[in-house]
Design a binder for this molecule. Structure first.
Ligand SMILES: *[C@@H]1O[C@H](CO)[C@@H](O)[C@H](O)[C@H]1NC(C)=O
Ligand SMILES: *[C@@H]1O[C@H](CO)[C@@H](O)[C@H](O)[C@H]1NC(C)=O
Ligand SMILES: *[C@@H]1O[C@H](CO)[C@@H](O)[C@H](O)[C@H]1NC(C)=O
Ligand SMILES: *[C@@H]1O[C@H](CO)[C@@H](O)[C@H](O)[C@H]1NC(C)=O
Ligand SMILES: *[C@@H]1O[C@H](CO)[C@@H](O)[C@H](O)[C@H]1NC(C)=O
Ligand SMILES: *[C@@H]1O[C@H](CO)[C@@H](O)[C@H](O)[C@H]1NC(C)=O
Ligand SMILES: *[C@@H]1O[C@H](CO)[C@@H](O)[C@H](O)[C@H]1NC(C)=O
Ligand SMILES: *[C@@H]1O[C@H](CO)[C@@H](O)[C@H](O)[C@H]1NC(C)=O
Ligand SMILES: *[C@@H]1O[C@H](CO)[C@@H](O)[C@H](O)[C@H]1NC(C)=O
Ligand SMILES: *[C@@H]1O[C@H](CO)[C@@H](O)[C@H](O)[C@H]1NC(C)=O
Ligand SMILES: *[C@@H]1O[C@H](CO)[C@@H](O)[C@H](O)[C@H]1NC(C)=O
Ligand SMILES: *[C@@H]1O[C@H](CO)[C@@H](O)[C@H](O)[C@H]1NC(C)=O
Length: 296
């Protein structure tokens, strides 16, 4: 414990090892006299926790991935990284805890190195939400994944939810899971965490993880009840439509509509914003094709 007294700044490197998947413990063989012990990472809770054998006044934590650093202040037993800021872990990360009191500072760093065959993690992960509450996720097997590798998707809609496994996998011809269909997804406006890990009877398979805000992946349906009422005297058309049904958007002003009007001579594009109205008056226009797109 003496190492930490008298403003000695120390850094020790430790390795996070996955004893259990949900809790990674930092292995700490060399420095068993460190005042910060039992560093653990629970990634579903984005929480770094430890036991302190000295009374420090302040604790800071950081997470570093490549050259991106996330620094937060902690309590005397843990730090919780906010999800919307946290980085995926599948490429590895460095975690550190710095403890400070009036006359000493202590710092320990823990390195998380993903285990498993390089290139065995899934690639090209992508999800889309459609028809209000349905979601499809797809991926491709890692290019170096050995034959017989199986993948599993786990997700946590928000930090307050439990993590659950995919209930309905889509499979390729070798019975390997390459996608997941979700039947009842609620968009909560928070950051959702996806993890796809893999198993093989002989080899360790790397995992892939991803933070996504679900509203950014919703496929917007077209506007409803589009009508065009054209009159010849005065010549013109009134086009009306209604906001499409979506799972989450309450604010009409967020909508932006695009009207594509094509007549025989030329193509014209009109942009109408939700803030303006949901109708348009077109002067002396002959309409042959009309389509409306929605975007947010
Ligand atoms: C930390 O301080 C509390 C009260 O302030 C005291 O009871 C406890 O023994 C101290 N712990 C250590 C490790 O010094
Ligand atoms: C902890 O973080 C605060 C604010 O981010 C910073 O002012 C302080 O210097 C940090 N302390 C240590 C010991 O890193
Ligand atoms: C962790 O720190 C080591 C040594 O400073 C560095 O080589 C490595 O790239 C870091 N890892 C990550 C994921 O940033
Ligand atoms: C550190 O400061 C505390 C009070 O601020 C004091 O009790 C303790 O003896 C000091 N330790 C050293 C090594 O100076
Ligand atoms: C996997 O890739 C990492 C980084 O590219 C490299 O440091 C490591 O040695 C590789 N491991 C194996 C078993 O090839
Ligand atoms: C992922 O997508 C890219 C671009 O479409 C493609 O080149 C690559 O082969 C895909 N990865 C796998 C493992 O299929
Ligand atoms: C994370 O998942 C989203 C959802 O489909 C996808 O659009 C994005 O490309 C993924 N990010 C990375 C880094 O793979
Ligand atoms: C979702 O998956 C189902 C079944 O694989 C497919 O029929 C449907 O077109 C997909 N929808 C989207 C929006 O990708
Ligand atoms: C869908 O999820 C919502 C909220 O989680 C729940 O209230 C509802 O009962 C679910 N509906 C079905 C058909 O499972
Ligand atoms: C994949 O991750 C889940 C959730 O953390 C865990 O329960 C499961 O055991 C893991 N599976 C494999 C094959 O690592
Ligand atoms: C669209 O128009 C039909 C017929 O006028 C009506 O029954 C329906 O409720 C309208 N849809 C919406 C979302 O208002
Ligand atoms: C079309 O517009 C004209 C003139 O504004 C109006 O008299 C008529 O009732 C409208 N027709 C429909 C079907 O809305």
């Amino acid at each position: 414990m003496l190492v930490c007294l008298g403003l000695i700044f120390m850094t020790q490197w430790m390795l996070l090892v996955a004893h259990m998947y949900d809790d990674w413990q930092c292995s700490n063989w060399e420095m068993s006299d460190s005042p910060i012990q039992n560093l653990m990472l629970n990634w579903w809770k984005t929480e770094l926790s430890w036991i302190s054998t000295m009374n420090f006044t302040k604790y800071n934590c950081s997470m570093t991935v490549d050259n991106n650093v996330l620094r937060i202040q902690g309590s005397n037993t843990n730090c919780i990284f906010r999800r919307n800021l946290a980085f995926p872990l599948h490429n590895g990360a460095n975690f550190s805890v710095t403890a400070e009191s009036t006359n000493s500072t202590c710092s320990i760093t823990c390195k998380y190195i993903p285990q498993g065959i390089n290139g065995s993690a899934i690639e090209n992960f992508s999800c889309v939400i459609y028809d209000i509450s349905l979601m499809n996720c797809t991926w491709q097997a890692g290019r170096n994944a050995p034959g017989g590798t199986q993948y599993f998707l786990y997700w946590q809609n928000s930090r307050d939810d439990d993590q659950t496994e995919c209930e309905l996998y889509t499979k390729d011809e070798n019975d390997r899971n390459v996608g997941c269909k979700f039947q009842n997804v609620t968009i909560k406006g928070k950051t959702t965490y996806f993890l796809v890990n893999g198993s093989h009877k002989t080899f360790l398979i790397q995992f892939y993880d991803n933070y996504t805000k679900l509203y950014t992946i919703e496929r917007l349906p077209p506007p409803l009840n589009v009508t065009a009422n054209c009159t010849s005297n005065p010549g013109g058309c009134i086009i009306t439509w209604q906001q499409p049904l979506l799972s989450h958007v309450e604010n009409r002003n967020c909508f932006q509509y695009e009207i594509d009007i094509q007549n025989e001579v030329k193509t014209m594009y009109w942009f109408a914003f939700g803030t303006i109205s949901s109708y348009m008056y077109l002067n002396n226009m002959q309409i042959s094709i009309l389509s409306l797109l929605t975007s947010i």
